[in-house]
Design a protein around this ligand. Structure first.
Ligand SMILES: NC(=O)C1=CN([C@@H]2O[C@H](COP(=O)(O)OP(=O)(O)OC[C@H]3O[C@@H](n4cnc5c(N)ncnc54)[C@H](O)[C@@H]3O)[C@@H](O)[C@H]2O)C=CC1
Ligand SMILES: O=C(O)[C@@H]1CCC=N1
Length: 263
């Protein structure tokens, strides 16, 4: 399968790195990035063809992955439309750009897919949701995204909410990591030790959560020894309405997905 990856920025580079790490031959990937100096740097770093000419990059591609900002999706699709192979599948990673909008800009009959993934693609631990018109065979695209993590098929009506929890989601954890690290360092902990311990705590907790069939609330109770330190922390979080704040943050991200220029 030949893949074009257009607009390799933060997310695109994570996807590129993950795909190559998964064993996808670099010769099967044609990427684009701007400006030309960035394209050259990426080509050196990953050993793939990286140029700035989108129509040339898609000419041989079976799958075209769009990783440009939402506002740039429409013009990009119009530019590549005439060069797309007749059976090409176009997968947009852009937040908030509906399938209908993709279809409007593509040649009639082109298969369009929305994929919401995240920055953990680099570590091949992305959480990806795919949405497409009813009846679309997503097997090949699912296999492709399975190389860089876990993939689910979703209804398009869920994509803004999925963007909030899966696409933006890692930022919520980095926010927590940042706050905890600052608290540890402010309390006198060595910054290197704080980083090592907090990274490992997050990784271990997430692996345990993924391994367990129990809901997060049940795992949380097991840490909270009656009358102990965790209870004190949880009471403080509740007093600050952190649950409400997280729900509001998810809602704000989802709402923004519906408002993005390009949507
Ligand atoms: N950053 C993330 O963690 C996530 C991002 N997304 C989506 O991925 C897309 C990219 O986001 P980021 O990587 O954060 O943005 P970014 O700004 O880091 O990357 C976009 C890249 O596209 C390039 N670009 C723009 N127009 C181009 C064109 N016509 N041809 C070639 N390259 C072009 C830009 O130079 C830039 O390097 C967005 O649509 C965003 O909604 C989705 C999920 C997670
Ligand atoms: O912040 C954004 O708009 C993109 C989409 C999800 C994560 N980053």
């Amino acid at each position: 399968m030949d893949i074009a990856l257009l607009g390799v920025g933060h997310l695109g580079e994570a996807v590129l790195a993950g795909l190559i790490d998964s064993g996808l031959p670099p010769a099967q990937i044609w990427a684009t990035a701007l400006p030309a100096e960035r394209a050259a740097r990426l080509a050196d770093a990953y050993g793939v063809e990286v140029g700035t000419d989108n129509p040339s990059a898609v000419a041989e591609a079976d799958v075209v992955i769009i990783a440009v900002p939402p506002v740039a999706v429409g013009p990009l699709l119009s530019a590549i439309g005439p060069s797309l192979a007749p059976e090409a599948v176009v997968v947009s990673l852009a937040a908030g750009v509906p399938l209908a909008r993709l279809a409007e800009r593509l040649p009639p009959g082109t298969t369009a897919v929305r994929a919401m993934t995240n920055i953990a693609a680099r570590a091949r631990r992305a959480a990806t949701a795919l949405a497409a018109a009813e009846g679309t065979d997503l097997t090949e695209i699912e296999d492709l995204f399975d190389r860089i993590g876990v993939t689910v098929i979703a209804d398009e009506s869920m994509m803004d909410l999925i963007t909030a929890v899966a696409g933006s989601g890692p930022a919520f954890l980095y926010y927590l990591a940042d706050s905890m690290t600052n608290a540890a360092v402010d309390g006198g902990m060595d910054p290197v030790d704080a980083r090592v311990l907090i990274d490992q705590m997050l990784l271990g907790a997430c692996l345990h959560l993924q391994d367990s069939d129990e809901p997060p609330a049940a795992l949380l109770e097991r840490i909270a020894t009656p009358g102990g330190t965790t209870e004190a922390a949880l009471a403080s979080l509740d007093e600050s309405n952190v649950d409400e704040a997280i729900r509001a943050a998810v809602a704000a991200a989802a709402e923004r997905g519906g408002e993005l220029p390009g949507a």
